[in-house]
Design a protein around this ligand. Structure first.
Ligand code: PMP
Length: 399
């Protein structure tokens, strides 16, 4: 039956991990993975998350299905975390929310909903570059994917003028995808002032915004600060939708904990929209997994655990910021005459180094340093032990 099925291309990032694993050099460095590592290079389970999980285990809860939209205590707290408990839209009961299979699942539910119900066209605009999966998720949802300028290679920073021009030029009522914070893969975020300009143009053109927030708290170490753009847009009266992931900020990667929400006009509209979200979710996976959502709900609802979690998220963000500084410092000490200021000005898990595909190849073959060919490094893969050798390797290929 499958003789006509062609061999598909391997996933670019997973391919790097394979090559890294096969490398016998014991000082090899993997900067491909998009998951946090501690300073010993090990996966990190947050102590607050461990504690929440232990508490759940002692309760020996049943394993009944959640409803189609998931664990209600979790979704309520997730909405508060994103929009803030004092958000008028929350208080007026006009935010629809459903649990999702992490951020990817939230994007997919949103894509499906827009493709089915958005009355003004089926095109979504994503930044260039953007997270590698956005295109496929939205295309498979039935949307057409176009792009707007975002990153300027020459200055290794935000191309604000290009971005505003492209958003303005998109047909009125277009859907615009915005990374809420810690833009992946560039690590370049708009400043509050720039967000205000983006909001103005979006409003002027009656566009509709899809926020992807996969790194709340992980970018600056402050969950409120990282939600600035989202909250500002809500305040400005934009109707929008939001994808949330708890993979990074709670380290719940494989538990697949996320949420998809929509800010709508009224509580009455919420009921109608909610009923249609259920109709979309039911045939896709019926209802979401409960374990991770219960863990997240425990962390978010217990005052002590919540405070502890905030400290731990900040700790992860700070370790990453420290590694950025160390890498830059080592490069400068080695006498690199290049400008590396973007390493520290960028934010979040990733750094767009500005290295060329050829330099990336040399780093892999001659220095056992692994990263994607666009020059993106996962700063979480840097440790106090490997940073010096990393700087030496990067310096060697960029001299
Ligand atoms: N959006 C962005 C921008 C991401 O970087 C990621 C994770 N790498 C996701 C969404 C979704 O990840 P997950 O499905 O693991 O939550």
């Amino acid at each position: 039956a499958w003789s006509k099925v062609p061999l598909g291309p391997p996933d670019a990032i997973l391919g790097i991990t394979e090559a890294y694993k096969a490398d016998k050099f014991d000082e090899k460095i993997n900067l491909g993975v998009g998951a946090y590592r501690d300073d010993a290079g090990q996966p990190y389970v947050l102590p607050s998350v461990k504690e929440a999980e232990l508490r759940l285990l002692t309760q020996l809860l049943d394993k009944e299905y959640a409803g189609i939209t998931g664990v209600p205590t979790f979704t309520k707290l997730a909405a508060q975390l994103a929009y803030s408990p004092s958000c008028p839209a929350l208080q007026e009961d006009r935010i629809v929310i459903t649990q999702s299979i992490s951020g990817t699942g939230a994007l997919r539910i949103g894509g499906e909903f827009l493709a089915k119900w958005y009355p003004y066209g089926k095109t979504i605009y994503v930044p260039t570059p953007t997270w590698a999966n956005h295109g496929a998720v939205f295309r498979d949802s039935g949307l057409e994917v176009k792009s707007y300028r975002y990153y300027d290679k020459a200055t290794i920073s935000l191309d604000l003028d290009g971005m505003l021009e492209d958003i303005e030029a998109a047909p009125v009522n277009s859907v615009i995808l915005l990374h809420a914070c810690a833009h992946n893969p560039t690590g370049v975020d708009p400043t509050p002032e720039q967000w205000r300009k983006i909001s103005e143009i979006v409003k002027k053109r009656d566009h509709f915004v899809f926020f992807d927030m996969a790194y709340q708290g992980f970018a600056s170490g402050d969950t409120d600060r990282d939600a600035y753009a989202l909250r500002y847009f809500v305040e400005q009266g934009h109707q929008l939708v939001l994808s949330q992931s708890f993979a990074k900020n709670m380290g719940l990667y494989g538990e697949r904990v996320g949420a998809f929400s929509m800010v709508v006009h009224s509580a009455e509209e919420k009921k109608r929209v909610d009923s249609q979200l259920k109709i979309i979710v039911r045939p896709m996976y019926s209802n979401p997994p409960i374990h991770g959502a219960r863990i997240a709900a425990e962390v978010l609802s217990d005052v002590g655990l919540y405070k502890q979690w905030l400290v731990e998220v900040k700790g992860m963000a700070e370790r990453i910021i420290k590694m950025r500084h160390l890498l830059k410092q080592h490069l400068e000490e080695l006498g690199s005459t290049r400008n590396w200021s973007h390493i520290t000005s960028q934010i979040g898990m990733f750094c767009y180094t500005g290295l060329t595909p050829e330099q990336v190849d040399t780093l892999r073959t001659e220095y056992s340093v692994y990263m994607t060919r666009d020059g993106r490094i996962s700063v979480a893969g840097i440790t106090t032990k490997n940073v010096k050798r990393l700087a030496e390797s990067i310096h060697a290929v960029t001299k």
